[in-house]
Ligand binder design. Structure first.
Ligand SMILES: [Fe+2]
Length: 251
């Protein structure tokens, strides 16, 4: 329970930061940052590792290009998360931008500060580094109207994803929701997990080792999406006759 509270507190702070910065500063900085990005990406060409892995700036430019498509009527979220997962699988994890970001995160943790850090905050997406201590967990929560891609940079972490469901023969009381487990995995270095607004949108994470994740949210949290976010307390056992469906209390 203490772990729950601790994790929730930290996650709330993560959301608080995400809504205070991008919604205001993101709009102001988007245009110069796009121009700067193209320049930085061009400058990075000569530094792309020989094994085909993507340099950080090239990776960001490619994600930005894909994330920009969310404004099209025909945006396909499943296709999008697959695409950025492919890009993330090519990301050079030893890129100095990333290793320095993760090192700073470790320093902040030792100073007793929060365990996450935004590396990029744009209008279309946000990229955040997150570090978990052993056995630290984030209990089930949703991401309203958002997609998410998690790349494990180091460590080992269990993930479970859920979808809300309704059953004709099961009446749920107010404030309760049936959740069907849509997937369960243990992520190690270079493994990826994705969710969209309509599939696997609710997830929970529990670290087996000290773990570092690269999270990309598209679109990023804003005030409205943060306010709509819900947390769920799952029953320990599934409902009778359904192996993967759990009753939950919405908090
Ligand atoms: Fe999440």
């Amino acid at each position: 329970m203490c772990q729950n509270l601790r994790a929730m507190d930290e996650y709330d702070r993560r959301e608080f930061l995400s809504l205070s910065l991008p919604s205001f500063l993101g709009v102001l900085t988007a245009l110069p940052s796009l121009c700067a990005l193209a320049t930085r990406a061009n400058a990075a060409e000569g530094r792309i590792p020989a094994d085909g892995a993507m340099h950080w700036e090239a990776f960001l430019e490619a994600v930005a290009k894909e994330a920009g498509k969310q404004h099209l009527d025909a945006w396909n979220q499943d296709g999008y998360v697959d695409k950025i997962a492919q890009l993330a699988s090519r990301l050079h994890l030893e890129d100095p931008v990333l290793t320095e970001g993760l090192a700073q995160l470790e320093v902040r943790l030792k100073q007793g500060k929060v365990d996450f850090q935004y590396l990029e905050e744009r209008v279309d997406f946000a990229l955040c580094l997150v570090q978990f201590d052993v056995e630290e967990l984030i209990r089930p929560h949703d991401h309203p109207g958002m997609t998410g891609m998690i790349l494990c940079a180091s460590g080992e972490i269990e993930t479970e994803n859920f979808d809300p469901v309704e059953l004709p023969d099961f009446e749920t009381a107010a404030g309760r929701q049936l959740l069907k487990r849509a997937g369960r995995a243990t992520l190690k270095k270079n493994d990826i997990s994705t969710l969209t607004a309509k599939a696997r949108n609710i997830h929970t994470l529990r670290a087996r080792k000290v773990t570092q994740l690269v999270d990309i949210f598209t679109p990023p949290y804003n005030e409205e999406r943060a306010e709509q976010s819900k947390w769920f307390e799952l029953a320990p056992e599934p409902i009778q006759g359904h192996r993967d469906i759990f009753e939950s209390e919405i908090s």
